[in-house]
Design a protein around this ligand. Sequence first.
Ligand code: NAD
Length: 469
Amino acid sequence: MELQSNELSLIIEKVLKEMNKKELKEEVSDGVFDTMEEAIEAAYEAQKKFSSYTIEQREKLIAAMRKAIIDNAMEIANLCVNESGMGRVDHKYLKLKLTAEKTPGTEVLQTTAFTGDKGLTLVENGAFGVIGSITPSTNPAATVACNGIGMLAGGNTAVFSPHPGAFRSSLAMLRALNKAIKEAGGPDNLLTSVKKPSIESTNSMMKNDKIRMVVATGGPGIVKMVLSSGRKAIGAGAGNPPVVVDETADIKKAARDIIAGCTFDNNLPCIAEKEALVVEAVYEELIKEMKNNRAVYELNDEEAAKVAELVLVHNKEKNTYSINKAFVGKDAKYILQNIGKNDAEGVECLIYRAENSHPFVQEELMMPILPIVKTKDFEEALKLAVQDEHGNRHTAIMHSKNVDNLTKMARAIDTTIFVKNAPSYAGIGFGGEGYTTFTIAGPTGEGLTNAVSFTRKRRCTMAESFRIV
Ligand code: NAD
C-alpha cells in the first residue's frame, strides 16, 4: 500500500515530535533546568517519591554518590580551578576525596526514645522537604557534593544555587551525582539547579514557598540574606582564623603545620590560618623554621607595600579595605610576579612581619599570605587573636604544650572549631578525628553540619503501651 504524501508528512512530523520530546526529557533528567521555578518544581516532585525510600535505599544511593565523587574528582578539581581561576588542583582533589570518604550519611540520624509509666515516646529526624543550597565560588564542587550527601541522607531533595563564577564545576558535580543516583535505581531530580545561576535566580529560590529550608555557604552578605528570608535558615559564613604560638610549642612542627594550613588550596578555605600571633620569645625561631621550607618567601616592607597595593582596595575616604578578587586564591608565585619578582619558582607562601593593625591581618584575604605579629606574651597574643577573629566565632588554631593556655584560648576565642597543635584542616577531619563538612554553620549554631542539621525533630507518643518492663 502506498502512502499519500500528506500521510507521510504527518508520520514524519509525529516521529520528529517524539524525538524532540525524548531529547527534552534527556536534557532535564540531569537535574539542570532553564529556570529556577522548574528546578524547584522538579525537586519538589522528586521529594514526594523519595519520601517513600527506606534508609537502606537512601544509603545505596549515597554509596553510589561517594563513588561518583571519587571517579570524577580529578576532572572536576581541574574544572574548578580553570573556571574560577582560584585554588590548587591537587588540594581540590583532596577535598573531594575527603568529602566522599568522611561526609556522614544516614548513620548520624539517631532516634531518641523516652519510656516510663506512661508508655513510649519517640523523637525522630524527619525531612524538611526541598532545601535550597547556596554555594560559594571558593569551594564549589565539594560543597555541592558534601551538602548533596547530607541533605539526601536526611530524606530531602536539594535545589542548588551555585556562585555564577563557579557554576560549571558545580553543575558538573551535580550531574555526576544525579547520574550515579539514577544508575543505582534512584529517581530523577533529587538534586537540581539552573543552567545559568544568577543573583536573581538565588533570590527567587529564597522566596519560593516550596523551599522549606535555605542553607547559605558564603560571605556575610548572603548569610544575612538567608537569615531574613522568612524560612528556616542555616548560615555558614566568613572567618578570619588566627593561629597563636606560645613559648612552649614545638616550633619546628608549628612552623610546618601553619604553612601547610595556610597554603591549603591557596588559603581559600574559611578555616585556613589567616594570621599568626607569636610570642616574642619564639618569634624569630618560628620565622627561621618557616624559612627553612623553601616554599616560603619573606616579604620585606617595600614588597609588602606593593603586594598590599595589588591585593587590597583602599577606600581612602572611609579608610576601609576590601579584597581585590582578582588575587583571591591565586598562587604565591603569581602574586610575586605581579610585583615584578620573577625568580619565585617553587614559592607557595608569602610571610610578612606585620603590625596587628595591618590589613593583611584584619581582612579575610584568602590568599597564601601569612602576616606574623609579634606579641609580648601569651596574654597579648590571645587578646589580639580574639580581636582579629572579629566575633565570627568560626575557627582558631593554637600551638602550645601548656594545657592552661590552650584551655584559656579555647574559652576566650569561642569559635566553632578550635585546633590544637595541627594544621587548621585537622578540624574538618583531614588528618584529625571526626567527620567532614564544607558548610560550617557558626552564625546559626549547627557547627559542622551533617544530615541531622538538615532534618526536623518529630515526636510520636504511644500512651500506656509498648513498655516491656
Ligand atoms: P559570596 O558570599 O560572594 O557568595 C556565596 C554565595 O552567595 C554564591 O552562591 C553567591 O552567588 C551568593 N550571593 C552572594 N551575594 C548575593 C546576593 N546579594 N544575592 C544573592 N546571592 C548572593 O562568597 P564566595 O566569595 O563565593 O565565598 C567566600 C566566602 O565564603 C568567604 O567569606 C568564606 O569564608 C565563606 N565560606 C564559608 C564557609 C563556611 O562553611 N562557613 C565555607 C566556604 C566559604
